[in-house]
Design a protein. Sequence first.
Length: 305
Amino acid sequence: MAETDLVLVTGAGGGVGGVGRTVVELLLRRGLAVRAMAHHDDDRAGALRALGAEVVVGDLTRPADVARALGGTRRMFFSMSVAPSYLEATAVVATVARAVGGLDALVAISQLTVSQMDAVSASESHQQRLHWLSEQVLDWSGLPVVHVRPTIFLDNPLFTTLAARSIAESGTIRLPFGTGRTSPVAADDVARVVATVLADPGPYVGRVLELTGPRSEDMTDVAAEYSRALGRPISYVDVPWETWVEQVLTPSGLGAHVEEHLATMARLHRENRYDRMTRTVEEVTGRPAETVEEFVARRRERFAG
């Protein structure tokens, strides 16, 4: 395997929907050599080795770890879980990648909300602000960057664990989205886009790829997709935002940073900030993004109660 075929994938051990792990799998199927960076040498790291990836264990905020992971690679996928240290990790990756040199492409995952932000935006979550700032750092670095901006993930707890709980209890999806429309995208579709770009980054370097699901619809229509997928009536119940945060989100124990992020995403949905749609998934991969119905149908057991 030629050195130019070696791709570094960070965040390969975890994260919502497992984008990094799926990217590893897709790249290996394409015949590319993959070095997967994980934060811990645990069962998830072992699973990556079983797939055929070289695994390095390290911390993206530690320059020595990043330099070791980058050695001999030409392409990189930068991904990291929602965390207060996100911007620090981005700065470390950018500065070390510049110092090491040799990258043909750095594909970085971000969020589509960044497309609506500017230098003084203040209504977004702390994590969304970190994504906006991280994009600035990567652009300033002069590295050959591709920004991938998915909208909300279908794999997000809002549409999986929290939805499954209320579906089991009452046959409803209880969220404070009001009449706001949304176009969630499956993590698998995001991974397909990332893998396609990493396999042949030339046409994409310097671009921003905005990713959504195949349609933008309100939560009544989303609930109808759940109904078709599960074969039973599911309805949407709009609940007050404050009540939802207090009674549903906070007791979930996701941690203050993640809770603030999800609470903000819910509020932005209510303000119709997620009414957006692109065909980028299909344009890049040749296959349309998965619908809500298809996503839920493949995970029926998760919503069985």
